[in-house]
Design a protein around this ligand. Structure first.
Ligand code: GLN
Length: 250
């Protein structure tokens, strides 16, 4: 099967090699006999044809890059929200995650427009929140998994009442350093502050995203064939340990 990925603003939002997440998705799809077709989406993209993309991806960036692309990204908002409402999967990281909310007030006080896909708002604070993070997630009822990554953000993200976080912070800051929540989930869309890149050390999330993307295309949920993942488990372990030894929250 060919899984179509819309990679939003790849030239602007790729801090900490966030693009590596796409490489992981492509390899893990190929190992199961599927092809990933990655299409760059940017300022020149005239809308998003309904149903065309099975998965959207947007990486992180500094305030400067976010400022450059925010209006053009917000202009794609209708198509993005319709895509996710239609069952497409999405992964948004850090600066991209912030811009998928309603707005981001950056460190210079500028209010950047958001896509309005996630029910949240972000305001930059003085002190940056930097370091390894460990979360506990339950994307499927009864299936608890941990996510390990690295965060570096000045933005404090405030979820609306009733919004679903991606996970609970076991170690690190998370959305705002106070709530104990990290990231946001809306249907098949996931937003998170975790860089690293995220997917090489958390392959279960890569497979969850691929399964959602396949379900978007076929209407059926398929169990992906398990992979060995020894190196990935080791990478997860190292990262989780670093986060734990960093101590508790904020
Ligand atoms: N500029 C944003 C912040 O500092 C996002 C940074 C990032 O993507 N690492 O909050």
């Amino acid at each position: 099967m060919k899984i179509v990925v819309g990679h939003l603003f790849p030239d602007y939002l790729n801090i900490y090699a966030d693009r590596g997440n796409i490489a992981v998705l492509a390899r893990r799809a190929a190992w199961r006999g599927h092809e990933l077709e990655v299409r760059a989406l940017g300022a020149g993209s005239a809308g998003l044809p309904p149903g065309e993309h099975d998965l959207f991806y947007i990486g992180g960036g500094q305030d400067r890059e976010q400022e450059l692309i925010a209006p053009a990204l917000a202009a794609l908002g209708d198509g993005l929200r319709a895509g996710v409402e239609g069952g497409a999967a999405l992964l948004g990281v850090c600066g991209g995650y912030q811009l998928l909310g309603r707005s981001y007030r950056d460190q210079s006080g500028d209010e950047l427009p958001g896509v309005g896909l996630f029910p949240l708002r972000t305001v930059a604070g003085e002190r940056r929140m930097i370091g390894d993070v460990l979360l506990e997630c339950e994307l499927e009822p009864g299936e608890r998994r941990t996510l390990a990554g690295f965060e570096n953000h000045a933005g404090r993200t405030h979820l609306d009442e009733g919004a679903e976080p991606l996970g609970r912070v076991l170690a690190g800051f998370g959305n705002d350093g106070e709530s104990g929540f990290e990231g946001c989930r809306a249907g098949r869309a996931i937003g998170t502050y975790l860089h690293g890149p995220l997917l090489p050390r958390n392959p279960w999330l890569a497979d969850w995203l691929l399964a959602q993307a396949i379900a978007h295309q076929t209407g059926e949920f398929v169990e992906l064939e398990p992979l060995a993942d020894d190196l990935e488990a080791e990478a997860h372990g190292v990262s989780a340990e670093r986060a734990r030894s960093r101590g508790g929250r904020y």
